[in-house]
Design a protein around this ligand. Structure first.
Ligand SMILES: [Zn+2]
Length: 485
């Protein structure tokens, strides 16, 4: 039987269009999905939109639209961005889909039947931006650090609560002993520090929010948007997507990808819900940092939001995918700027890889008798690029980097390999040689280039296709892959 691999991005709030942060998470997950497919896995890759809740309802109202119309339009926009960016998601989840609503209702009933739901009054501070009740320690000067200066309000209302306290010791134990692996280490440390203090039961309903899934046993209340949103990862494996694929065998997720702002929900609340529901926990959780722009947190009020369109217009699709990976906030946050992107693009893609491809394709075309066998384009899926990367740089290895989702390391290994091939050419000077000697040098260099191309193909799939074609079909006209900026 084929090995399965289920990877998810968060489903994003359908209250606005994506910025570089959402784009990064989605590209990273797509790169890993594509890598796993190359490794022979049967992959299920999910992204989507989170369409219920107060924040979405308020945004719809502001736009003068019915919430459903509003989210329908936004869901199309998000899908359009992901299509342009060549994201290979298998499904696009929308939490207003009847299939999702039905399964969320079933799970809520199951929680109640288990005795893990009770009614109480909530008193406290709420951040609409986060869609989350906040404790004192979450606030900075009485404000939400993620959404200053607005959006925190005092509230008092009837809610249903989930007895999360019952499951916290088990979640904590699994985070500590690594049976619920949270990558990288610093994100795990953060969660364990929060878990060192007592955790209050989680409110799972809202009294005054109309735009949501009604609580099955009390239609006056709607389900707290985060609770049903997390459930999408499960419902996605149970919904009939009309594509003839049974996705039940993919459950549980092999990895959830998310930004650090969602860590608590995915690493504490979600596993607790799953324990209560007697469902298996995700096999990995990967939490990355944020993109800061020129040293500042990105925000509309600062006017420094970078959109995927800004990037695609300037660097093309694969250029954008590459630059996002190269600047990936893997452990900490990552500071980006258009200046940094321009420099990286020029050095790694235009002058580095792009130049190497055009140099070699010209040399190859200058030797009419030279033809590459099919074997040049057959890669052993598991260790293709070991031959390129293996043994270099103290054992730094491309598969290892992909397997811990360190995509900036993948791009670094790629850059070094490109440099190595360029140095090989400079030393060997094939342009000064002739006959068999010249052909031997070119065969080696082109073989290496194709391996490198295969290795980077999850990051730059269209470019890889073009490069393979350039060396498969000698009549194909050479092209400029990455024009200098
Ligand atoms: Zn907030």
């Amino acid at each position: 039987m084929k090995k399965t691999f289920y990877i998810t991005t968060p489903i994003y709030y359908a209250n606005d269009v994506p910025h570089i942060g959402h784009t990064g998470t989605t590209v990273f997950a797509d790169v890993v999905a594509r890598y796993k497919r190359l490794q022979g896995f049967d992959v299920f890759s999910l992204t989507g939109t989170d369409e219920h809740g107060e924040k979405v309802a308020l945004s719809a109202e502001k736009a003068g639209k019915e919430p459903q119309t509003f989210v329908d339009e936004l869901a199309l926009k998000w899908q359009d961005y992901w299509k342009q960016l060549n994201i290979s998601n298998d499904v696009f989840m929308r939490t207003t889909l009847p299939g999702h609503v039905k399964i969320a209702e079933e799970l809520l009933e199951k929680l109640k039947a288990k005795g893990d739901v009770y009614e109480d009054t909530y008193k406290g501070v709420y951040c609409v931006g986060c869609e989350e009740f906040k404790s004192e320690r979450d606030l900075v000067d009485g404000k939400c650090p993620e959404h200053r200066p607005y959006q925190v309000q005092y509230r008092e209302e009837k809610n249903y609560f989930f007895r999360i306290s019952k499951y916290i010791p088990e979640v904590k134990k699994r985070l500590e002993d690594g049976t619920l692996p949270l990558i990288p280490e610093n994100k795990k440390t953060e969660m364990l520090a929060k878990l060192a203090e007592p955790v209050k039961d989680t409110s799972i309903s809202r009294q005054n929010v109309k735009w949501g899934i009604p609580i099955p046993w009390d239609k006056e209340q709607t389900t707290y948007v985060w609770v049903e949103a997390l459930m999408n990862y499960y419902s996605a494996t149970r919904i009939d997507w009309n594509d003839g694929v049974n996705r039940e065998e993919f459950w549980p997720a092999d990895v959830h990808f998310l930004g650090k702002g969602n860590n608590w929900f995915h690493s504490v609340i979600w596993p607790s819900l799953l324990l209560a529901l007697d469902l298996p926990l995700p096999k990995n959780i990967f939490v990355h940092g944020y993109y800061n722009v020129e040293g500042k947190k990105m925000g509309k009020s600062l006017g420094n939001v970078i959109s995927p369109q800004d990037l695609m217009d300037k660097y093309g699709i694969d250029g954008t995918r590459y630059l996002l990976c190269a600047s990936m906030p893997y452990v900490g946050d990552s500071d980006v700027s258009f200046k940094w992107f321009d420099e990286k693009y020029n050095s790694a893609l235009a002058n580095g890889y792009g130049n190497l491809v055009s140099r070699l394709s010209k040399l190859y075309r200058d030797v009419p008798e030279m033809v590459l066998e099919d074997s040049y384009f057959e890669f052993q899926s598991n260790d293709a690029s070991e031959r390129v990367f293996g043994g270099h740089d103290n054992g730094s290895n491309y598969n290892d980097a992909y397997n811990v989702y360190n995509l900036s390391e993948v791009t670094e290994l790629f850059n070094r390999a490109v440099t190595n091939i360029n140095s090989y050419l400079t030393t060997q000077e094939p342009w000064k040689k002739a006959g068999d000697e010249k052909i031997q040098i070119l065969r080696f260099a082109i073989g290496q280039l194709l391996e490198v191309t295969h290795a980077i193909s999850p990051v730059m799939p269209e470019t890889a296709e073009k490069v393979f074609n350039l060396f498969k079909d000698k009549s194909a006209s050479p092209l400029i892959l990455f024009a200098r900026i």
